[in-house]
Design a binder for this molecule. Structure first.
Ligand SMILES: [Zn+2]
Ligand SMILES: [Zn+2]
Length: 219
């Protein structure tokens, strides 16, 4: 990585598209959990903690670029309700776009009903349990898929080892699992704090629209 190269790597959909294009230029293949890892496999994973809207915006962009990513959705989120009409519609659209959908689970609860492919990622995992085998499902933190040299994450709007676009373009990873949180890329903000405030503002508008839809008098 060139010095300063990561400085221009903004967390927005424009650069996200560049990262995906870099991966393609580097010869990577978008792979599903349950297969591989083979040389050149790229396991693109999205843990959906906060926003189904952000997940859908990212999913549409990926579909446009013919990129497949695995979306891991929560049934125990305080931020969204997967059983609501919005949640059902979101899963339907993700499936329609060709993306696998797995469970983003709160330890130790794994209930894989018919909505989910047998793929699990833990929400805020504790190191002592995170790699344990999960009966009947692929654990994305299992030894098969999870090791520091072949893993990158954008957690808290920060790439601990730098933005991976150059290494992807150069084919420098033998294979890679990459965790991208859509809300960080869809909502504007130069820091996690600012991005989260932008998300909260968007949520406020969304909530008012939902209240109006529910025949609540907002005058
Ligand atoms: Zn970059
Ligand atoms: Zn999470």
């Amino acid at each position: 990585m060139g010095a300063g190269a990561s400085m221009s790597c903004s967390f927005d959909l424009e650069h996200y598209r560049e990262i995906l294009e870099a991966a393609r230029a580097g010869g990577y293949r978008f792979a599903r959990f349950g297969e591989g890892p083979e040389p050149g496999d790229l396991f693109l994973r999205h843990d959906i903690d906060l926003s189904l809207d952000a997940a859908l915006a990212m999913a549409e962009l990926e579909a446009e670029l013919r990129v497949q990513a695995t979306y891991l959705l929560m049934t125990e989120s305080v931020f969204y309700n997967l059983a609501s009409s919005e949640g059902v519609a979101a899963i339907g659209r993700l499936r329609e776009l060709g993306h696998p959908v797995g469970l983003h689970a709160v330890y130790p609860n794994v209930v894989l009903d018919e909505r989910f492919d047998p793929v699990v990622s833990w929400h805020n995992p504790k190191p002592e349990h995170m790699s344990d085998e999960i009966q009947g499902a692929v654990n994305v933190y299992g030894e098969r898929y999870f090791s520091p040299a072949t893993y990158r994450s954008d957690s808290n709007q920060h790439w601990r080892s730098g933005c991976p676009h150059e290494e992807l373009r150069d084919g420098a990873f033998p294979w890679l699992q990459i965790l991208v949180h859509p809300a960080i890329w869809v909502y504007p903000g130069a820091t996690m704090g600012r991005t989260m405030r932008a998300l909260v503002e968007a949520e406020s508008a969304r909530r008012l629209a939902q209240l109006a839809d529910d025949d609540i008098d907002l005058t």
